[in-house]
Design a protein around this ligand. Sequence first.
Ligand code: ATR
Length: 273
Amino acid sequence: KGLYAVVGHPISHSKSPRIHSLFARQTGENIEYTAIQAPLDGFTGVVNDFFARGGQGLNVTVPFKEQAWELADRRTERARQAGAANTLYLDAEKHLTADNTDGKGLVTDLVHNHGVALAGARVLILGAGGAVRGALGPLLDQKPAGLTIANRTVSKAQGLMTLFAGVAGDTAVDACGFEAPCQAYDVIINGTSASLQGDLPPLSPTVVAPDTVVYDMMYSLDNTPFNQWALDQGATRVFDGLGMLVEQAAESFRIWRGIRPDTASVIHALRTE
Ligand code: ATR
């Protein structure tokens, strides 16, 4: 039986065990997937102990993604770009390897599940923390026409712009504060944690047109505060991050087991639970 787990703090509300058990049932893979709460100062010990016990793969969530990246002996290219890891495993030579499937999960949800064309699109992404850094490489791979990174702390948005300049290709990347963008965008992605404090980024309503796709990396049973704001401005296509959550899990499952599960049925199951 393959042993897997998600490590975080807190962890009791994680949906990952549920998602991976649905994947296992669907694919017939024999795995056990648990949730481990690591002490805030004890992440390394938990990881080393897990693999010493024969564990095959870990997902890593808040607040340990950067530590997971540092702990690993090897990093995939997309993990290197992201500066954080949500997936750990031992490679063929038993080296602890870090990957990051979050950005791929976001792009797969947008492009495949929601049919959003990112190629040639004008994209506005809000935030400049770990969530946005993980998304930028996979987003730029889609070759949008333009990518604006807007953040409360403008210098952090500028830092990300510089970091990704080498992989931007023909995409025009710019960085600014929330108030600066005023023309309508094709796609707006909220990657801030503002809603956790019940805050909204102070955007101009003119960034939203009726056909703007609005995506909040957070998910919730009701509309997220950001998506509700967008609806109030006249947006008609708003999505939350549940699909991203399932897609990043599917990509981790594929890395570990070599099989990509069907995600639509799992997203549907979670949405109705
Ligand atoms: P994560 O891993 O979720 O990205 P993070 O790295 O702490 O977490 O980044 C949080 C992001 O949300 C940052 O872009 C942060 O803005 P600052 O860089 O200015 O700190 C943004 N953020 C957090 N609280 C916010 C709020 N109340 N309003 C607007 N932006 C907020």
